[in-house]
Write a protein that binds this ligand. Structure first.
Ligand SMILES: N[C@@H](CCC(=O)N[C@@H](CS)C(=O)NCC(=O)O)C(=O)O
Length: 202
């Protein structure tokens, strides 16, 4: 039995949910409430030594960190494949996933924290605006990476899945994707139409 330790709104938890759904794997969701600091309990720290979500228990084998979990799932359950076959394509997928993890998602976390921890009126608008500007800067790279392609690494992959987890937040935080980003907008629609997008919402 696969168990996913997760916080439903966490984008990194959703990264793993989408992969499990795309691979048709049955799994049990074990929800932790970050607001109640359940991810720092002594029992959970035995599963994830840094007290973060997600973590995965596959029949007693425990692995944590969304990127490492998804690589594990790809190795252990290779069909359908979520990485290209060739080394160049695999490297490109991993580079784009890293771009989302390290250069895009942290700005969403900044905005999310302002929204979650403070009532409207007490939020630091300068911090929010700066983070939104950094998010919009990332669109140029996404747009050019998609030139002549349906997906970031050619075929649908772990790279696209990483970005899918942020689409809801673009709407929630009112960050428009300008019509000039034609490739990106078409790619977003393609990804949102996948059953795993709606099924992974929580
Ligand atoms: N690199 C890790 C990052 C995990 C992470 O930042 N998780 C957040 C939720 S999306 C979390 O657990 N935050 C609570 C904390 O760090 O105390 C991954 O991809 O799994």
């Amino acid at each position: 039995m696969i168990k996913l330790y997760q916080f439903p709104p966490s984008t990194n938890s959703r990264k793993v949910r989408i992969v499990l759904i795309e691979k048709g794997l049955d799994f049990q969701r074990v929800n932790l409430d970050l607001a109640k600091r359940e991810h720092k309990s002594p029992d959970y720290l035995k599963i994830h030594p840094f007290g973060q979500v997600p973590a995965l228990d596959d029949d007693g084998f425990i692995v944590y960190d969304s990127t490492i979990i998804n690589e594990y799932l790809e190795d252990e359950y290779p069909y359908p494949s979520l990485l290209p076959k060739d080394s160049e394509g695999r490297a490109r997928a991993r580079l784009m996933e890293d771009f989302r993890d390290e250069h895009l998602n942290p700005h969403f976390t900044t905005v999310y924290r302002e929204f979650r921890s403070k009532p409207e009126g007490q939020r630091d608008q300068k911090v929010i605006d700066q983070a939104k500007a950094e998010i919009i800067k990332c669109f140029d790279r996404i747009e050019s990476e998609l030139e002549g392609k349906e997906y970031l690494a050619g075929s649908f992959s772990l790279a696209d899945i990483a970005f899918m987890t942020n689409f809801d937040l673009l709407e929630r935080f009112q960050i428009p994707v300008d019509p000039k980003y034609k490739n990106m907008r078409a790619w977003m629609e393609r990804l949102k139409a996948r059953p795993s997008y709606a099924e992974s919402a929580s």
